[in-house]
Write a protein that binds this ligand. Structure first.
Ligand SMILES: *Cc1c(COP(=O)(O)O)cnc(C)c1O
Length: 416
């Protein structure tokens, strides 16, 4: 009989799961959200909890404008519209990201142009220029799993081709590159505040920008009536549209804003704690045969939305990643996960064939298929990821995950 739990042995981890719960909520959080119930449950202007959260975001990121929205997807949609991405325009996006980084482009009848990534999952700056055409308007960057992308190289490309540089910081709140926080490198940054994200309001999103005109355009896109009326100067050409805006209303809920504000005050503490746990885990996994951990470049501070491990089946006699992962989960290490919906977008029907959803969409010159992005697709297929805990008292739990991995590796022949 095998020692492996998958084959009938005893599991390394017993007891209750899930082992990772996010966002962390304590009595202070509960009191703050409950207090908001008695203050206001609808905030139409830039006042109350919405103004408090936006002021705090501006301060934290060091930007002139933070605008809250109902979701990260809405924030991305607003950013594209604000950057004047029009029908038929192209935007270069990483081939591998959560689709919402790029999918709002279809609603603008614009064309997402997928770009190969590096083995870290981030857009490969050496593959961007070959995709630029006279129709290209912008480059959108995701900082996948919270690891900042190569922003200096991307800034240089955007500048020399006069393209807007945009960021999706939804995995990477508080992550930085050379001391500068991601989301502040280009014209605008969009962030999600969704459940598991490093900064969470449950649901919600926000846009950061230093550019006044982009601020007024985001308001016009997503915050019609009172807020557009009070915030957009009467002399601005968009002011006369204040009552209707663009026709969409994409406000954050005040209870979500209260939760996000509570969490923002704790974010740097979360990140410091995650860095410690991630350091420990990375060291352990990097020392195991068949598992690769891509080192962080100098000057980069990630948010550790996820710690990713690249699995090399050839080191395990060809054992499939599915079976290896199954064996880890059977050991009770249920936090080991394989990326699901965050996948190379050339695999998604919306990107292969948008026509049925968006009749007449100007996509016909780009038809994506399997194998178009070998680096992104190979890395995606061989990735196992783990959430990163943020408290010192979680280190023993992290240690049990390490033991589970070592055990499966030691006994992998029994799985073949
Ligand atoms: C979560 C996420 C989004 C979408 O945000 P929602 O708040 O869920 O709409 C967009 N991009 C990335 C990279 C994300 O992880």
């Amino acid at each position: 009989m095998s020692a492996l739990a998958l084959l009938g042995g005893d599991a390394v981890l017993t007891g209750s799961a899930p082992h990772f719960v996010w966002p962390p909520v304590d009595d202070v959080t509960r009191a703050r959200v409950a207090a908001q119930l008695d203050t206001a449950v609808s905030v139409p202007g830039r006042s109350g909890i919405v103004a408090e959260l936006e002021d705090a975001l501006q301060e934290y990121f060091g930007v002139r404008h933070a605008i809250t929205l109902s979701s990260g997807t809405a924030a991305l949609h607003a950013v594209y519209w604000a950057a004047r991405v029009n029908a038929g325009d192209e935007v270069i996006v990483p081939a591998w990201t959560f689709h919402a980084t790029a999918s709002p482009l279809f609603h603008l009848r614009a064309v997402p142009v997928l770009c190969e990534t590096g083995p870290d999952g981030n857009i490969d700056p050496t593959r961007v220029e070959e995709l630029i055409t006279p129709r290209t308007r912008a480059i959108m960057v995701t900082h996948l799993w919270g690891r900042p992308a190569a922003m200096l190289a991307l800034q240089a490309i955007a500048k020399s081709h006069e393209l807007a540089l945009l960021e999706d910081g939804s995995h990477a709140h508080g992550a930085s590159h050379g001391g500068q926080k991601v989301g502040t490198f280009g014209l605008a940054g969009a962030f999600s505040l969704n459940g598991p994200k490093p900064l969470s309001g449950g649901e919600g999103g926000f846009v950061l920008t230093d550019d006044d005109d982009t601020y007024y355009r985001v308001l016009t896109f997503a915050h019609y009536n009172k807020r557009a009326e009070s915030e957009i100067p009467k002399s601005h050409p968009l002011a006369r549209y204040a009552v209707t805006g663009s026709g969409l209303k994409l406000r954050i809920h005040p209870l979500a804003a209260a939760l996000a504000l509570d969490q923002l005050g704790r974010l740097d503490g979360y990140l410091a704690g995650r860095a410690e746990v991630a350091h420990h885990l990375s060291e352990q996994f990097a020392g195991m045969p068949g598992l690769d951990v891509i080192p962080m470049p100098d000057g980069v501070i990630p948010s550790w939305y996820g710690l990713t491990i690249t699995y090399r089946p050839e080191e395990f006699g060809g054992l499939s990643i599915e079976r290896f992962h199954q064996a880890l989960v059977a050991e009770g290490a249920t936090g080991f996960d394989r990326p699901g919906s965050t996948r190379p977008m050339n695999q998604l029907p919306l990107y292969r064939q948008p026509g049925p959803l968006f009749p007449g969409h100007p996509h016909s010159h780009r038809r994506y298929a399997d194998g178009d992005f070998p680096v992104a697709e190979h890395t995606y297929r061989h990735t196992i990821k783990l959430p990163v805990w943020h408290r010192g008292e979680d280190l023993p739990l992290a240690g049990r995950y390490v033991r589970a991995a070592r055990k499966v590796i030691d006994h992998h022949k029994e799985l073949l």
